[in-house]
Ligand binder design. Sequence first.
Ligand code: NAP
Ligand code: ZN
Length: 349
Amino acid sequence: MTVKAYGAYAPDQALESMDITRRAPGAHDVQIAIDFCGVCHSDLHTVRGEWAGSQFPCVPGHEIVGRVSAIGAHVTQHKVGDLVGVGCMVDSCKACADCGEGLENYCDNMVGTYNGPTPDAPGHTLGGYSEQIVVHERFVLRVTHPQEQLAAVAPLLCAGITVWSPLRHWNAGPGKKVGIVGIGGLGHMGIKLAHAMGAHVVAFTTSASKRDDALALGADEVVISKDADAMAAQAKTLDLIINTVAAPHDLDAFLQILKRDGTMVLVGAPDSPHPSPQVFNLIMKRRAIAGSMIGGIPETQEMLDFCAEHGIVSDIEMIRADEINGAYERMLKGDVKYRFVIDSATLAA
Ligand code: NAP
Ligand code: ZN
């Protein structure tokens, strides 16, 4: 099947309309007519070749929501017409210890929704800036939010799960003081989810203009991270920090506000390394720096169900497909409140 998509032919080229092909659904495949796709900073890193290994043509997009349009003969969990989502993965080995524990995101043979290995043409996966996608049933999530919220559900599939997983793994909840660094797509979901889990939430931003928004999103306190006095006032008080910043920056300022045994989890994935932090900032209070990558399928479903139950969606700005290049420039300036979402109906225009 040939469908309309938006992507780039080279890292130094703008995204443009293109035709791509999708395989006919195999026995365990679900074909999805995409309604909306969120715009993640990872899309920009990949399509511009900022990380090693980008393949072209590149069609980004891994915050996909839509309706099932066809199913393979052996698919039992989804039927035509169901509201569903697809996040950052479309396949994995399904046999290793990680897959066995529902942590497909850490499988050595995990296949990303775009830029992953596949026998399908052109030899690497093409993502959600497209009209349809075909995905193994294991990687298709149920969406139970009301249909009118569908566009705002899309960013939960990457931004939501990427902050949910470390918040759960490091036990965010009542009695815990949790910092969220960077109020973009991931960060604004981090504030909402940590707040809903019952934690005391401190938002750290470089943008003073986001202060009121951060409070409205659920932060108990907002700190302008460039203000040394405001940072010093937080010294040794945080249990956990989720750092979503997409650029290299000074980690020491954040380590110093962790209390003893506190952890800073890096989820932001800048194209060049952070300056090495001072080892003494780790040693002195047995602090840790960790990383975390998206989340497994069972925990992604758990997050979606939690969000449906608590009425949580992303704050979005809807764009047409042909506005994507401008949207990337705004994202680089931190000027997005708080996630762009492509209306897939505009792909064919
Ligand atoms: P985003 O919407 O662009 O948000 C990033 C935020 O970081 C900005 O809004 C800004 O917030 C802050 N920021 C940006 N540049 C900064 C700088 N030079 N110094 C300080 N703060 C800066 O991006 P996103 O989609 O949330 O993604 C964030 C990062 O996470 C990206 O690197 C992305 O690739 C990565 N990611 C990782 C995973 C994973 O599995 N680990 C999953 C998805 C995305 P303020 O204005 O509030 O300062
Ligand atoms: Zn993403």
